[in-house]
Design a protein around this ligand. Structure first.
Ligand code: GLV
Length: 314
């Protein structure tokens, strides 16, 4: 397969780069100083596959400039950076990396809820600053037993629910339709779900339908004691509304892994003690990163050997 051109859109995993280099003719988009369109034009005939991620996937322009592209193998579960309509129209296959990252993302979601409620980062700053000498930290809030609402009861949402159940939390959810195999309480309306839970987790896919699904109404329904945890995509939440609600105390707190304009995070959030911010690291563990890379490789190899894809999207 050494003569098959594979384009990696940006740095994502050194291991994946090495594995791709060993098997294919690898082009690294970020290593080319010529403007992107020129680079794509020059190499368009040899590139048959694109490996993208949550930062740069395959948009309409890229797809149009690579007429021999057969497959987009995304090093991510999210597909929002891939023009799926265009891929479908052109018969381009698409794969992603579901399942292997579910545990990590769900773990981080629960970790963020614990960190916000138990004020773990504020506690850490308190100890490091030497302030303990002057008196005790004060009280935090309990996680066990709280009511949890989940937006999107797919693989990751279900894994969050399973973990929260172990903390004796009551679970309810909102999704496009009621799931047949669960006893969790279903809300067809996200505002009602937010009004009836104490911690709202966002765990759905980003689509046109779910863009800004957490808007001012949802934030206000969650209220001054409510906690928002977002391990989905920044654009699920109307960020200016979130910032304003946190600054004015209309929302109790938030744990965020994702932002609307990554890597830019609204600086007004930096001084708030009731939030925990992490830099889109949901699946970023050694173990999962390798599993995701292996899945990307296996999908590419399956495609070029004419075998069934392991995790097909299209
Ligand atoms: O955000 C992470 C992913 O989509 O894999």
């Amino acid at each position: 397969m050494n003569n098959i051109g594979v384009l990696m859109t940006c740095p994502m995993s050194e291991y994946l780069e090495n594995q791709l280099e060993n098997r294919f003719s690898l082009f690294k988009l970020w290593n080319h100083s010529s403007p992107k369109p020129d680079f794509l034009k020059t190499h368009s005939s040899s590139i048959k596959a694109v490996v993208g991620n949550t930062k740069i996937g395959a948009d309409a322009n890229m797809i149009d400039s690579l007429p021999n592209m057969e497959i987009v193998a995304s090093y991510s579960v999210g597909l929002d950076k891939i023009d799926l309509g265009k891929c479908k129209e052109k018969g381009i296959k698409v794969t992603n990396t579901p399942d292997v990252l579910t545990d990590d993302v769900a773990d981080l979601g629960i970790g963020l809820a614990l960190a916000v409620l138990r004020k773990m980062c504020a506690c850490d700053r308190f100890v490091r600053s030497g302030n303990w000498i002057n008196g005790d930290f004060g009280l935090a809030s309990k996680f066990s037993g709280k009511s949890v609402g989940i937006v999107g009861l797919g693989r990751i949402g279900s894994a969050i629910a399973k973990r929260a159940e172990a903390f004796n939390c009551s679970i309810s959810y909102h999704s496009r339709s009621k799931k047949p195999n669960t006893n969790y309480k279903y809300y067809s309306n996200i505002v009602d779900l937010a009004a009836d839970c104490q911690i709202l987790f966002v765990a759905c896919a980003l689509t046109e339908e779910t863009h800004h699904i957490v808007n001012r109404k949802v934030i206000d329904a969650l209220g001054p004691k409510g906690i928002l945890i977002n391990i989905g995509r920044g654009a699920h939440v109307d960020e200016p509304e979130l910032v304003s609600a946190l600054l004015k105390g209309r929302l109790g707190g938030a744990g965020l892994d994702v932002y609307e304009n990554e890597p830019n995070v609204p600086e007004q959030l930096f001084s708030l003690e009731n939030i925990v911010l992490v830099p889109h690291v949901g699946s970023d563990t050694e173990e999962t990163s390798k599993a995701m890379a292996d899945l990307v490789i296996s999908n590419l190899e399956a495609h070029f050997k004419g075998m069934p894809l392991l995790t097909p999207v299209l």
